[in-house]
Design a protein around this ligand. Structure first.
Ligand SMILES: NC(=O)c1ccc[n+]([C@@H]2O[C@H](COP(=O)([O-])OP(=O)(O)OC[C@H]3O[C@@H](n4cnc5c(N)ncnc54)[C@H](OP(=O)(O)O)[C@@H]3O)[C@@H](O)[C@H]2O)c1
Length: 197
């Protein structure tokens, strides 16, 4: 059975764990592990896929210090500025590419950054058509994350190599602006329609 380490038991980490618990072996990683949880390093050891459900700076610290060589690493970060007004990266790089650069041996895949945590506690049927945009440079890692996304009860929208994260992170920011800034709430998600010509 594939083992997935989820680092960070906040809104996204706990929500994703709830969606994946019956389909994968999960190593739940926490800074201060409670019963049933592990420290980050222990959670990563033996895991096939490592999900960084962490704020960007914590994700960067984790990817620098943990042994992630050869592992598929899911980056879901929206690297927003402290005032929530914008993104810290753009145009020429992205959080995902910065993480990849910090750990060249890891196989970083961008996913879930446009999915509000509240969707993870919605009924599975409600999210089955909601796309999770995926970007990554390693074909096998992208395929493994696509499988994880479907197992989590979402649709997959492939966006190509990891530099597509430069485009996906602004979409995550737009989602935040619509949800919080413009008051649409957190039951929204961006999608890509195919229109019959
Ligand atoms: N919330 C959303 O709707 C949403 C949507 C899309 C993407 N994201 C992205 O997903 C990531 C996680 O977001 P979240 O909403 O789950 O955040 P959260 O509820 O604040 O949880 C983040 C978790 O990261 C761990 N952590 C490690 N170092 C930390 C530090 N220095 N400061 C704070 N937390 C630290 C903590 O878990 P432990 O103590 O258990 O280790 C904490 O519970 C972020 O990068 C965010 O941009 C969030």
């Amino acid at each position: 059975m594939t083992t997935i380490a989820i680092l960070g038991q906040g809104s996204m980490g706990a929500g994703l764990a709830g969606r994946l618990a019956d389909r994968f072996a999960l190593n739940l990683g926490a800074r201060q592990p409670q019963v049933g949880q592990l420290g980050y390093a222990e959670a990563v050891a033996g895991a096939d896929i490592v999900v960084l459900a962490l704020p960007y700076d914590a994700a960067l610290a984790a990817i620098r210090t943990l042994d992630l060589a050869g592992k598929t690493v899911v980056d879901m970060t929206n690297p927003i500025t402290p005032d929530f007004a914008g993104l810290r990266f753009g145009h020429t790089t992205s959080a995902a590419e910065e993480l990849q650069q910090a750990a060249p041996g890891a196989r970083v895949v961008k996913a879930f950054n446009t999915i509000f945590a509240s969707l993870l506690s919605a009924p599975r049927a409600a999210t089955a058509a909601v796309p999770v945009f995926i970007a990554g440079n390693d074909e096998a890692a992208v395929a493994a994350v696509a499988e994880l996304v479907q197992a989590a009860g979402f649709a997959v929208e492939q966006t190509g190599a990891l530099d597509a994260a430069r485009l996906l992170e602004p979409v995550g920011m737009l989602n935040i602006r619509l949800g919080y800034g413009l008051g649409q709430g957190t039951s929204i998600a961006p999608t890509w329609l195919r229109v019959a010509a």
